[in-house]
Design a protein around this ligand. Structure first.
Ligand code: NDP
Ligand code: 2IT
Length: 450
């Protein structure tokens, strides 16, 4: 009889043969295979159904040309994508990323993660992801508008409120969602909830901007509570300084923690005195209105340091929240965090920790939350935005926040249900993968071979 490891290796051989130039996608699949294949092998209903083999093949991949003209009249050509990964439990749902690194491997890993994440939210959403290798840095508002319009002039034919509902991700925030929505509405002559993260006056949900960062902190709080602990007086390092990082910082501060870092791709801001609510308001103005770099913080707060080219992981802390991008925290960084006494790592970004870093955290038995569970608050609140659009209704800030908290607690408990080992240690990676898998797999079984 084939051992579990042999089954995992054989499965991965097949996935590698078909996707050999997609390292990020293979990384995301490997993690799921390691935890889900043993579960499949011990549950007869999934045997011989090739569920995971079907799940790693996107239902549809759309790749298209995006031509646009810059302010100087020069023509540019970018590549646009939408990966429609799995629609077993609802319309495709997931963000759009605009970043020069975007390629099929990155979008397939993100779409694959999204399938499990959306399943964990308990809301009826399938998984998808899209974007472009367009670089928004240094572009004028007009250039961003022309790009977004050009992008949507092709994407519109593949999406719809019951088909596929995109949202933001790296490089796509409220401004971009506005331009994308404007072009969709014009071409389709249809005012509908086809995107989430919309402005509050035209269908957006309260708390959606805050949801990913807040949700990540709520998840970490749920983990800390298991250890009879809390955020109070904890020193917290955060990477990134975009949407997720900013609102993670806001919630940590509200819960009594001390945030000592933020970062971007140029380096790390270290403020040993703590980034308090007033300094965070300054950061939000700097990043979201002036669209400046995080390094300019030290011009206003000269006691802080900018560590050029560095990540935040060497700064002593008790809690680390990686909120920038994939593979930003490697095993060396993990060992440094552990040596400095870190007890909790909760991923705000998608796959920010390398597999070796995760192994180091789990070996040390500290609290570790994988992004597909801990950053699910963003897409969950997108799901709540879709519900409000369908109902033509608007929930209050407190109502949405209460639902977000409840969803994060439910996700935490699902992970604990499937991930607790006999010693009581919770492997949140295993728990998230199995809990996310079961709902999608059962729907696929019920719907037959399609
Ligand atoms: P933003 O574009 O708002 O911010 C991204 C931040 O990450 C910026 O500070 C950016 O710095 C930094 N960053 C991006 N690429 C790199 C890199 N290669 N190296 C170092 N820093 C980098 O994006 P979000 O905050 O929305 O997204 C952050 C992460 O959270 C992503 O992994 C995303 O997939 C994930 N996520 C987002 C959700 C959302 O609702 N927005 C939901 C769930 C997950 P710089 O300006 O220098 O590029
Ligand atoms: O990675 C993610 O979950 C997101 N970027 C948010 C997706 C969404 O549809 O709100």
């Amino acid at each position: 009889m084939e051992s579990q490891q042999e089954a995992i290796d054989k499965f991965m051989e097949g996935v590698k043969a078909r996707n050999m130039h997609e390292p990020e996608f293979l990384q995301a699949v490997q993690e799921v295979a390691e935890t889900v294949i043993p579960y499949i092998k011990s549950h007869d209903i999934y045997k011989g159904k090739y569920i995971l083999t079907r799940m790693v093949e996107p239902e549809r991949v759309i790749m298209f040309r995006v031509s646009w003209v810059d302010d100087a009249g020069i023509i540019h050509v970018n590549r646009g994508f939408r990966v429609q990964m799995n629609s077993a439990i609802g319309p495709y749902k997931g963000g759009l990323r605009f970043h020069p690194s975007v390629n099929l491997s990155i979008l397939k890993f993100l779409a694959f993660e999204q399938v499990f994440k959306n399943s964990l939210t308990t809301l009826p959403m399938g998984g998808g992801k899209g974007g472009s290798d367009f670089d928004p840095k240094g572009k004028s508002d007009d250039e961003i508008m022309r790009f977004c319009h050009a992008f949507m002039s092709e994407l519109f034919r593949h999406i719809g409120h019951n088909i596929d509902v995109p949202a933001g991700d790296i490089g796509v925030g409220a401004r971009e969602v506005g331009f994308l929505f404007g072009m969709y509405k014009k071409i389709c002559n249809n005012f509908t909830g086809v995107l989430t993260g919309k402005g509050l006056t035209w269908g957006g949900s309260l708390i959606r901007p805050e949801a990913t960062g807040y949700g990540n902190v709520y998840f970490a709080q749920n983990m800390l509570v298991q250890k009879k602990d809390s955020f109070e007086r904890k020193t917290v390092v955060i990477s990134g300084s975009g949407n997720v990082a900013q609102y993670a910082a806001e919630k940590v501060i509200q819960l009594g923690g001390k945030v000592v870092s933020l970062s971007d791709s140029s380096g790390t801001l270290f403020d040993a005195e703590g980034i308090d609510a007033e300094k965070l308001a300054f950061v939000m103005q700097l990043k979201n209105v002036k669209r400046a770099r995080i390094s300019s913080y030290v011009e206003t707060y000269p006691h802080a340091q900018f560590l050029k080219g560095k990540t935040p992981w060497s700064i002593p802390c008790e809690v680390a929240l990686p909120c920038a991008t994939q593979n930003e925290l490697d095993v060396k960084a993990a060992e440094q965090l552990l040596a400095n006494g870190c007890i909790c790592v909760s991923e705000g970004a998608n796959m920010p920790c390398t597999p070796e870093a995760i192994q180091a955290f789990q070996k040390a038995k500290i609290l570790f939350a994988p992004g597909k569970a801990s950053n699910a608050g963003g897409v969950a609140t997108s799901g709540l935005e879709m519900t409000q659009n369908s109902l033509r209704f608007k929930w209050s800030r407190n109502e949405v926040d209460a639902k977000l908290k409840e969803i994060m607690e439910d996700i935490h408990n699902s992970c604990a249900r499937y991930g607790t080992d006999p010693s009581g240690y919770v492997d949140y990676v295993k728990g998230a993968n199995i809990a996310g898998f079961v709902k999608v797999a059962d729907a696929m079984l019920a719907q037959g071979i399609v």
